[in-house]
Design a protein around this ligand. Structure first.
Ligand code: FES
Length: 145
């Protein structure tokens, strides 16, 4: 049986970091989970190919809030290539684990972030290796990592 949420998940759920919208975002990405129908929107600010700020809004569950909150903390200050290399499993790891039925909620955060980077790449004409084959509108291939 799945365990309850750990303290770190509860903290990021109760006091989520980086919630909100951003004016003049350099990239905006929205991703809806085909598993549950929930949706997350991510805004990023990019300088010198680094994510200098990020915000999110989610119509998702507590795990989606916690995953987005910690994922954006993880990506701030990193280069786009470094952020693209982050796997949803690492987001779950950083949270100290999620109940298995809730792992797809971290995929929601991960894909919304990658969609925002995709948007940035489209607008600036940049290409990133980590975006190869990424389609923001693709159905989730049910990542199990
Ligand atoms: Fe939909 Fe968690 S159940 S994001």
């Amino acid at each position: 049986m799945d365990r309850m949420y750990n303290e770190k998940v509860m903290d990021h759920f109760m006091n989520p970091r980086n919630v909100g919208e951003m004016e003049n975002a350099d990239g905006i990405g929205t991703y809806g989970s085909p598993v549950c129908g929930d949706m997350t929107k991510v805004f990023i600010k990019v300088e010198d190919d680094k994510i200098v700020d990020a915000k999110f809004k989610t119509f998702g569950c507590g795990s989606a809030i916690a995953s987005s909150s910690i994922a954006l903390e993880m990506m701030k200050g990193k280069t786009i290539d470094e952020v693209l290399a982050i796997k949803s499993a690492e987001i779950v790891g950083e949270l100290g684990g999620l109940p298995s039925a809730k792992v797809h909620c971290s995929v929601l955060a991960d894909k919304a972030i990658k969609s925002a980077i995709y948007d940035y790449a489209q607008k600036t004409g940049k290409t990133y290796k980590g975006l190869e084959g990424f389609d923001p509108n693709a159905e989730d291939e049910h990542e199990h990592e």
